[in-house]
Design a protein around this ligand. Sequence first.
Ligand SMILES: Cc1ncc(COP(=O)(O)O)c(C=O)c1O
Length: 414
Amino acid sequence: MVELSKLMLYLEIMFNPDHIKKNFTIFRHFPELIFVDNASTTQKPQVVIEAIKESYEKYNANIHRAVYDLGIHADENFKNTKKAILQYYNLEQLNYEIVFTAGTTDGINKIARGLEQEISEGDNIVVSEMEHHSNFLPWQELCIRRNATLRIIPITDSGELDLTCIDELIDDKTKIVSIVHISNTLGTINDIQKISKSAKNVSAHFFIDAAQSAALYKDSFANINATAIVFSGHKIFGPSGIGVIIGKSSFFSDLYPFNYGGGMVLEANKNMSIYKKDISKHEAGTPPLAQIAGLLETFHYLSAIDHKAAQNHLKQLAKIFRAKMNGLGIKCMGSPKEFSGIVSVDFGTIHPHDVATYLNSKNIAVRAGHHCTQLIMKKYDIPASVRFSFSIYNTEKDVEQIIQAIHEMRKYFA
Ligand SMILES: Cc1ncc(COP(=O)(O)O)c(C=O)c1O
């Protein structure tokens, strides 16, 4: 339950980035900080940090095996967190269940391992050229292990998925389609509904890498009928070390266990053991208890945010940033029609790390590199870019300061 004091705090969170910023302790420690590396990880609201601290101080006990009050509380917290997540995405009536993981990467790897037996020689798996390595390498490796083919939906020069070829790529030999919802490099919002339909037409599993969309695009999943949606806690203002697979109950019950150990076995025998049938067959070992407490608070926090206003805000910041960069004669990568608050820039002769280092000297935190999307870098024929990823606590003033710093930087490197 949300305490009254927290509730009052939440009520203050009408969509105003300056107010929202006050919820995030880091900006009290570093008032000058302009943090625009949110695609990498987001900052944490104080309520989430306190929930984690409180879980160690007041509620520490393991789930499943205790009959004492603290253990019962831990069990309730485990169940309530799952419930709050399903409610947040309006998925609780649609036969979905939840398995906690260590993050998006861990979740996708686990699914790929669990599906190993379903893939045979001649089958294919479809991903896109826009994938983060976490939604590319596990499928590529699975194809190599099973003599299957990896098919890749190409990206256009504008940084969108070229869906004109989708019905050729997804055919009756397609067993899995796994697509990033929002590109962590280009900010493109992909048409997951359309791709999902093509996947479902051939009865393929459809997975969504929602690492960049799970926080603020909560209405995107209920009408998609995805097999599973995967994301990380630390990118949605929540704790690190925890991730979520929201999957269809039927998918989880058919899926071969991907981890073995305590809690998932019905009967351990010397020769061969028998595993549980329910969701706990995918929950071997102790889950990340404090992170689960933090994640529950994260979803309380997210529920109080006007997510449509937040989406518009990120889009608006990206739009203003792109326009001002254009004004400076600097080209941003791609020009997708549907986009979020992520923009990557190729600064030409100025090395991305020099840009990031210069901006750091002005208290601006950005990321330089390939952002674990080397296929995108290859498409644009550059080794790396500088990525500006905005969040709910960034303001138009932040954008102005960034543009001013870039302007000065160009003089400095001229
Ligand atoms: C789109 C996307 N997918 C997957 C990941 C991997 O997430 P994690 O490192 O939390 O496992 C990221 C991280 O940047 C991402 O942006």
